[in-house]
Design a protein around this ligand. Sequence first.
Ligand SMILES: NC(=O)c1ccc[n+]([C@@H]2O[C@H](COP(=O)([O-])OP(=O)(O)OC[C@H]3O[C@@H](n4cnc5c(N)ncnc54)[C@H](O)[C@@H]3O)[C@@H](O)[C@H]2O)c1
Ligand SMILES: [Zn+2]
Length: 384
Amino acid sequence: MRLLVSLGPRAYPIVLTAALPGAALGALAREVLSPRAARLLIVTDANVAPHYLAGVEAGLAAEGFATAALVLPPGETSKSMGTIEAILDAAFAHKLARVDAMVALGGGVIGDLTGFAASIYQRGIAVLQVPTTLLAQVDSSVGGKTGVNHARGKNLIGTFWQPRAVLASLATLRTLPAREVRCGLAEAVKHGFLADPGLITAMEADAEAILALEPAALTPIVAACCRIKAAVVAGDEREDPDAVDGGRAILNFGHTFGHAYERLLGYGAWTHGEAVAVGMVVAARLSERVGGASPGLEAEVTRVLARFGLPHDPWAAGVPGADALEPLIEAARGDKKGDQDGVRFVLLERLGVPRVERLTWAEIALALAPWSAARGLATRDGAP
Ligand SMILES: NC(=O)c1ccc[n+]([C@@H]2O[C@H](COP(=O)([O-])OP(=O)(O)OC[C@H]3O[C@@H](n4cnc5c(N)ncnc54)[C@H](O)[C@@H]3O)[C@@H](O)[C@H]2O)c1
Ligand SMILES: [Zn+2]
């Protein structure tokens, strides 16, 4: 299956396949790269390489490309400027010229790193995204955001650099740990909540097959997510901070508090998707309490997350903010879309209809407080 991200001169195809990324990638590289492209640097990580690197190398070699591979340590800690230098060094060592390209073979970490390195190597060369996590296939490989983390926060340094093509092989998901699969499903339902209630219905109807990663069930879901993301990105490629309709910022649904949970729990305690899942419940509650959404939205969001085995109770014991709201609000204040007084927050008017609105932290705390206060009381009453 093939989709298109419509970005004028930077338009590019997203190819979804049930096969492993070998021959299909070779053919796609020949199609989208410069006719003079000869050398490719494949960037991947140590979890992905043993499964898929040889196939990718063979597929590219069959089309006459000379490849070199850089295998990075897996995980978020690799998203640093030091790693960018290592990728650039490897590109120089492999003598990549401006007509050549980098290939990102891995999850969102590899995609963000490789995209960033490609965007600055000799002022920018082509990059092909070959996402191997569900999160990367439904979200991060599309849209051209690249970057690394800084001591001050995640993804604070980076560029917009669209790939020349995306090849999403659903076959690679078979080796993905179940928790990482659910992490991707959280971003997939996010797309549904934001833009397409029909996607939610379809996902629920086929939940077992989707959780079992059956390509026939998963392909239409990944495709729908890519279409949604592509449409949002086409309307606001570089996330204009003044976009009137919220633009690309709507993709941040659930992320203000999601990032706060990640900060409070320490990165890695919850996956990003798990943190965003609970963040979406908080956002749904705020949508009802200050955004004018009808009662029932939060219950609906909660039910869908539960169906896919995702955490969905912001007030469960042990969740930051469940007993005292202040530390959670404090952590949310660190959000890069906010400041000391408030934040541009993504609310839902109803399922499929997002709205970005500036809310003050005081307003947010007030809207969430009764619930947490009630819970505090219950805990005290129930205490021995
Ligand atoms: N650029 C964007 O628009 C965007 C959007 C969302 C998230 N992100 C970024 O994406 C990153 C998260 O992405 P992720 O969840 O893919 O994380 P990840 O790249 O760390 O991958 C998760 C884990 O799965 C392993 N893995 C990857 N593919 C595998 C496979 N097929 N089989 C077995 N193991 C495999 C990885 O080695 C890693 O341990 C974050 O850094 C986030 O900031 C970027
Ligand atoms: Zn996310």
